[in-house]
Design a protein around this ligand. Structure first.
Ligand code: SF4
Length: 351
């Protein structure tokens, strides 16, 4: 086993030297990694693909090149820059974390996993990834791609969801003492570029000779897949309420789905029980402009979109809560909108 383990780390590192993806947060050779960029990239990459992250990352770094600058930004500015990237609690955590890094650590990120774990928005995976990639600490990093690669290399037959300890043990075994950051990123690259879930490109793999799944011709069966449950469907309604070229916008609650983001009034879909939206129940309109479908990770949303025009809004004498704002339609794109709200807005424009 030690021979196989050494071979894996050596082959993978030399493959990385030749084939590493040139990503905007990466540094190569003797250049030092920038912990701030590693942190931003790791937070953005949670549940999001590299290709979707790159333009957001570049715009973010252009606007806030260091943590010091980011810590002086407002939450709504950060939410605006995050708009469309999804999982919006990440933007709020980023804002809170950046202030702590500025005030308690003088803009220097802590290096150990233990200290990183105390920061908002940094869980076990992200702490290990930052510690390894930014500081070259010997942390054991396990993401979805790495789970698959390790399961195949060592022929781990259990489904990855129920096999964390075994995967951790083998990942720990293959993690070298030097160039840990490069090794971790090499494993990630291998998983996304070569050892793909349903079509692994074994003929191009630098680890083909070490791979037990390949030797046994079972790479397509490892890791064992569990049949996914189909997602539940939720139904809701959204209201574009117009008045003098303005539309009614409010800020969502600071907890739960799309927390703290700007929104058209909606109801029926998010289990929020937001009393500020009770006035919607008195709206009696049948001017539906369209239906949209939107995918969240844990459910599919069917949203009906209604327009309430000025005459109806005025005549209904609706009791609009104080913290709702009338926003000029041409300024909508400056709001911190989620991709769901952008979809509703576009549907309104096309309607
Ligand atoms: S040989 Fe194939 S299955 Fe094994 S690690 Fe490489 S790409 Fe994955």
């Amino acid at each position: 086993m030690p021979k196989k383990v050494n071979k894996i780390s050596r082959s993978l590192l030399s493959w990385y030297d030749r084939e590493a993806r040139d990503l905007p947060w990466r540094k190569f050779g003797k250049d030092k990694q920038d912990p701030y960029k590693v942190w931003i990239s790791e937070i953005m990459l949670q549940q999001t693909t590299v290709s979707a992250v790159i333009p957001y990352f570049n715009a973010f770094i252009k606007k806030w090149p260091t943590n010091k600058e980011l810590s002086q930004a407002s939450l709504s500015e950060i939410q605006r820059a995050w708009s469309g990237l999804g999982y919006y609690s990440r933007a709020r955590n980023l804002f809170e974390c950046s202030i702590i890094i500025n005030s308690r650590f003088n803009n220097n990120f802590p290096e150990s996993e233990k200290e990183l774990l105390k920061l908002p928005g940094i869980g076990a995976y992200t702490a290990a990834a930052i510690s390894a990639i930014a500081f070259n600490n010997r942390s054991v990093v396990i993401d979805g791609n790495i789970k698959r690669v390790i399961s195949r290399l060592f022929l781990l037959k259990k489904p990855i969801k129920s096999n964390y300890n075994e995967i951790w043990r083998f990942t720990n075994l293959v993690t070298p003492d030097i160039r840990v950051g490069d090794f971790v990123q090499a494993l990630m690259d291998l998983g996304s570029q070569i050892c793909k879930p349903s079509k692994p490109l074994c003929e191009s793999c630098p680890l083909i000779l070490e791979c037990d799944a390949r030797k046994n011709n079972v790479e397509l069966l490892i890791p064992k897949r569990i049949k996914k449950n189909t997602k539940p469907i939720r139904n809701g309604s959204a209201f574009v309420i117009k008045n003098n070229d303005c539309v009614l916008i409010y800020k969502r609650k600071t907890k739960g789905l799309l927390a703290g983001l700007d929104s058209f009034p909606t109801f029926g879909w998010d289990n929020q029980n937001d009393e500020r939206l009770n006035f919607l129940k008195s709206l009696n309109t049948n001017k539906k402009i369209s239906n949209i479908k939107h995918e969240f990770t844990h459910f599919t949303l069917n949203m009906e979109i209604y327009i309430i025009d000025e005459s109806i809004a005025k005549n209904l004498n609706i009791n609009i809560p104080d913290d709702f704002r009338w926003i000029p339609i041409e300024s909508i794109e400056n709001l911190s909108f989620s991709s769901l709200m952008m979809k509703i807005y576009k549907s309104y424009l096309n309607g």
